[in-house]
Design a protein around this ligand. Structure first.
Ligand code: FES
Length: 154
């Protein structure tokens, strides 16, 4: 008689433990796969592209050097030529989108990924890049170097 009473309690306890175990497995799977899925499918950001940014301070650049700066979400490259002229371009290589850099030894822009070369006007001169880099307009004001979208690009 006593065993008959315990049987339903045991079944309900087992059912409860099954639910807890299944919930734990589900929570584990969600916590394991959510970062992977969110990495593979990044959320769309509607960050507006700026018209102008401060790329550097005047004293940040020596002649015959270059730096990478952020133009919104895109990288840009600011160059001070050996003659002291400031130039800026998008820093995304037109071949397969690596970030370019300034080569003081060659005095031009270089992409390390596949040995792509651009001259100081951003024109592709050697290697696989199919198109020139997009130029920016450069202005110096109050010791800051402003880079903005060139009029024909706006
Ligand atoms: S990505 Fe720049 S040369 Fe290929």
């Amino acid at each position: 008689m006593k065993n008959e009473n315990k049987e339903p309690k045991l079944k309900s306890r087992r059912k409860f433990l099954d639910i807890v175990l299944q919930s734990s497995i589900l929570a584990f799977l969600i916590s394991a796969f959510y970062p992977i899925i969110s990495y593979l499918i990044p959320p769309k950001k509607n960050e507006p592209k700026p018209k102008s940014v401060v790329a550097a301070k005047v004293g940040d650049l020596e002649p015959n050097s270059g730096i990478i700066f952020r133009f919104g979400r895109e990288p840009g490259i600011l160059i001070k030529t050996s003659k002291g002229e400031l130039k800026a371009f998008t820093a995304t290589c037109t071949h397969l989108a690596c970030i370019v850099q300034y080569r003081p030894d060659l005095e031009h822009i270089w992409c390390a990924c596949h040995n792509g070369h651009y001259n100081l006007n951003g024109v592709n001169i050697a290697g696989p890049p199919p198109r020139p880099l997009t130029p920016f307009k450069v202005n110096v004001k109050n010791g800051q170097i402003y880079v903005s979208v060139a009029e024909n690009e706006a």
